[in-house]
Write a protein that binds this ligand. Structure first.
Ligand code: HEC
Length: 143
């Protein structure tokens, strides 16, 4: 191999590796815009441990006592407020799908990261198709 070939190959190698890393970034962006199965599983585990007792396994709640999360117009329309309620607890009167609720939900005690996982789970389970939350969005929710 002569010197010119070596230089050519070195340049080609750099071009390929740069191209490669660009593709990787693009791929990471795609992954970020969907919720990974891993994240959904984490959310489901948290849901079972921290929310299911009241909101029930399929998110149906118990009418007039614990509001539903499945097909909840409240969750769909007041996402920021819903995050606030789960983050800090809530006992204000609310209406979900036309039914009044005014019982107590204690603060979840979850970290912001865990809240992201559990919200992405409830926003996308039991037929809900309510989009997704980011860590920035959850962090921005203050009392
Ligand atoms: C001790 C029972 C209890 C637990 C545990 C509980 N909730 Fe709630 N949740 C409630 C009650 C009661 C309300 C209505 C609160 C009010 O009237 O202010 C509510 C309201 C909500 C709402 C808004 C209303 C709606 O139905 O869309 C969301 C969203 C929610 N809870 C999610 C969660 C999540 C996520 C968890 C687990 C991290 C959780 N809850 C744990 C009892 C509970």
């Amino acid at each position: 191999m002569n010197k010119q070939n070596v230089i050519f190959l070195t340049i080609a190698f750099f071009l390929i590796s740069c191209g490669g890393s660009e593709k990787k970034t693009a791929k990471n962006e795609v992954v970020e815009s969907e919720i990974s199965t891993n994240e959904l599983e984490k959310g489901e585990q948290l849901y079972r441990a921290k929310c299911m007792n009241c909101h029930m396994i399929k998110g149906g709640g118990i009418e007039k006592v614990f509001p539903p999360l499945a097909n909840s117009d409240y969750l769909k329309k007041n996402r920021e407020d819903a995050i606030k309620m789960v983050k800090f607890g809530s006992n204000k009167p609310i209406k979900v799908n036309g039914v009044k609720y005014n019982s107590l939900m204690p603060a979840s005690g979850l970290t912001d990261k865990e809240l992201v996982a559990v919200f992405n789970y409830i926003l996308n389970s039991w037929g809900n198709d309510y989009g997704q939350v980011s860590l920035e969005e959850v962090e921005a929710v203050k009392r």
